[in-house]
Design a protein around this ligand. Structure first.
Ligand code: PLP
Length: 422
């Protein structure tokens, strides 16, 4: 029954019942963790073949000795695979070392210190720099902005993309130099940016001539159902609208092969890639091509990537289904929370009634269930409605996951009953 239809006595009764469950939970002295948006050991095992690659043959098809210096763009064979996934011509894709976050970091730092190809001056020389941040979003994007003094402007993220009215308003300010977007299966919302919204983002006029869309397609091929959602072609859309340099596109094998030893990719206009390489050349003589070669030999082609992702899906999809099933059975109908049922990506996003998230996370912590801090998916860690909780189902085993989500549901009910009686 929705809480709003319950009498005070009924809510009191529910609180007593759920508090008893909560005490049982505490007595069980659990040590569960729902914070880690990382692959489980079982998923990592899928790619163990990488450990014996590239073997004794360390030259790629072009005869490059991968053991040596050089080759700043990364190996062509591997770039070809991701060029198709990222919908970017292969000449405009580069691959680097182990973290797309590092490529995003460098993009920001190069822009701040040197300016982009369209910047009148380095961003750091401007009085203020601002980025639009759809929320809830990826905490590390926001941490990068905070680290470098880029002011963050939150806008609501809907199922099909950011609130465009708010975005259009913000881009009238020349200090607004960019925005973060995770187009396919947002972290943590699972939302997918529609073709129509992508087209609007590409076409909109911005006061800043060097406005950048940081298009972080970290979950491009991370489907949880048979439906292989296709990402909008942001590069093509921007080029067609006369803004070829607007998008900076990122992808990564962190959640395809090994999260700590994967390969990141970056794509964009020819000018943007040349700009990035020019600055990158001062930072490194070349990437870890041995790791790139073993990835190329292991994945082979786009079909190889999809086949591997099917194996991940077989492990992940039952976990996501279990989360949604438990939330539905424990919280459904009470009107105290809503949650996503994502078609891909790595997270379930739980929204409690306003003002409950911090209390729920605290209750969970005191019962041995570690949750990502409330507000983590918002700039400066500030969720103005204190309602969003990010659930990462990938890492725990199924039994642990069930216990943790059931415990979390108990915490939501206790917090909601406390609030209703306060
Ligand atoms: N982008 C998003 C949206 C993510 O969720 C993550 C990891 O959680 C990353 C990037 C990190 O990717 P990488 O390991 O390539 O740095």
């Amino acid at each position: 029954m929705p809480f709003s239809t319950l009498s005070r006595d009924q809510i009191q009764e529910l609180l007593v019942e759920q508090s008893a469950k909560y005490v049982e939970l505490q007595e069980a002295q659990l040590k569960l963790d729902l914070t880690r948006g990382k692959p489980s050991p079982e998923q990592l095992d899928l790619s163990n073949e990488l450990l014996s690659l590239p073997g004794g043959d360390f030259k790629d098809a072009a005869g490059t000795d991968t053991r040596n210096y050089g080759g700043l763009t990364g190996l062509t064979g591997l770039r070809e695979i991701f060029a198709e996934i990222m919908q970017v011509p292969v000449d405009q894709v580069i691959c680097g070392d182990n973290a797309s976050l590092a490529l995003m970091h460098d993009t920001l730092v190069f822009s701040l210190l040197q300016g982009t190809v369209d910047s009148p001056k380095p961003w750091a020389k401007e009085d203020a720099i601002k980025f639009i941040c759809p929320v809830p979003g990826y905490d590390r994007h926001f941490a990068l902005c905070e680290e470098y003094g880029i002011e963050m402007l939150p806008v609501a993220l809907n199922d099909d993309g950011p609130d465009m009215e708010a975005v259009r308003e913000f881009v009238n300010d020349p200090a607004v130099k960019g925005m973060w977007l995770v187009p396919t299966y947002g972290n943590p919302s699972g939302s997918v940016i529609s073709e129509a919204i992508a087209a609007e983002l590409a076409a909109m006029e911005t006061a800043a001539p060097d406005f950048r869309i940081m298009w972080d397609n970290a979950y491009a091929v991370h489907h949880l159902t048979e439906q292989q959602t296709k990402t909008a072609d942001i590069l093509g859309l921007c080029a067609a609208s006369g803004h070829p340099n607007r998008p900076m596109i990122y992808a990564s094998t962190s959640k395809i092969t090994f999260a700590g030893s994967g390969i990141p990719f970056m794509g964009g206009s020819a000018d943007n890639i040349a700009w990035f390489l020019k600055h990158l050349a001062k930072r490194t003589i070349g990437p870890d091509k041995v790791n790139q070669l073993r990835h190329l030999r292991y994945l082979q082609d786009v079909d190889g990537v999809h086949a591997l992702m099917d194996k991940h899906r077989a492990i992940l999809a039952p976990k996501f289904s279990k989360v949604v099933e438990i939330l539905e059975s424990r919280l459904g109908g009470h009107d105290v929370a809503t949650w996503t049922d994502p078609k891909g990506g790595y997270f379930v996003s739980l929204d409690t009634s306003d003002g409950l998230a911090s209390r729920v996370v605290k209750l969970a912590k005191d019962a041995g269930i570690a949750m990502t801090p409330a507000g983590a998916a918002f700039p400066y860690g500030d969720d103005p409605r204190d309602r969003n909780i990010r659930i990462a189902p990938s890492f725990p085993g199924m039994a642990e996951l069930e216990q943790a989500i059931d415990g979390l549901a108990t915490c939501v009910l206790v917090a909601a009953a406390e609030q209703a009686l306060a």
